[in-house]
Design a protein around this ligand. Structure first.
Ligand SMILES: [Zn+2]
Length: 171
């Protein structure tokens, strides 16, 4: 039996920060010397972000005042092709869900921000750091337990903005 899971984009307007490949996934920084294990979606501080799928909030950690690592982070558990998978929303300024909450796809989960090691980023560099993980809270800074979000979204909004409409907004 196959499960149909609708995947939503995390923002109403989705575009990789500055349209640059080094804000996508892999060894994409410093000419391939350094890695980045998620996608940075451009997002003005305070932009609402949404659950990409029906699932459960399994972790909320860090604080908006953090100056290192991911800052305030919300982790969603969902089933991708039947496998338990996690989506992490990082550098947030606020969370509107708590650990254990069941969520619908497209439900608001918090507000983007500049917490953690993004605390100096302003203007065109404000963003949502978004990861697809196979573990709830892998160590920062490495590829293990993270997969390219392209496996979930099937397209990368590098040179285009992808607009999302959530079901609640159409009622
Ligand atoms: Zn990032």
């Amino acid at each position: 039996m196959s499960e149909l899971l609708h995947i939503y984009w995390p923002l109403t307007q989705n575009k990789i920060r500055r349209g640059m490949k080094n804000h996508t996934f892999g060894y994409v920084r410093d000419g391939g010397a350094k890695g980045h294990w998620g996608w940075d979606f451009y997002a003005k501080e305070g932009t609402p972000c949404y659950s990409i799928a029906q699932g459960k909030i399994v972790d909320v950690y860090g604080t908006p005042a953090d100056k290192s690592n991911f800052g305030l982070t919300v982790v969603l558990e969902f089933k991708l092709h039947g496998c338990i998978t996690y989506a992490a929303y990082c550098h947030l300024m606020g969370a509107s869900v708590k650990k254990g909450d069941p969520v619908d796809g497209g439900q608001m989960i918090g507000f983007t921000g500049n917490s953690g090691n993004a605390h100096t980023m302003k203007g065109d560099d404000e963003h949502l750091h978004f990861e697809i993980r196979t573990s709830v809270r892998p160590l920062p800074g490495g590829v293990p337990k993270r997969i390219d979000p392209i496996t979930v979204f099937e397209t990368c909004p590098l040179n285009q903005t992808i607009f999302e409409t959530y079901e609640w907004a159409m009622k």
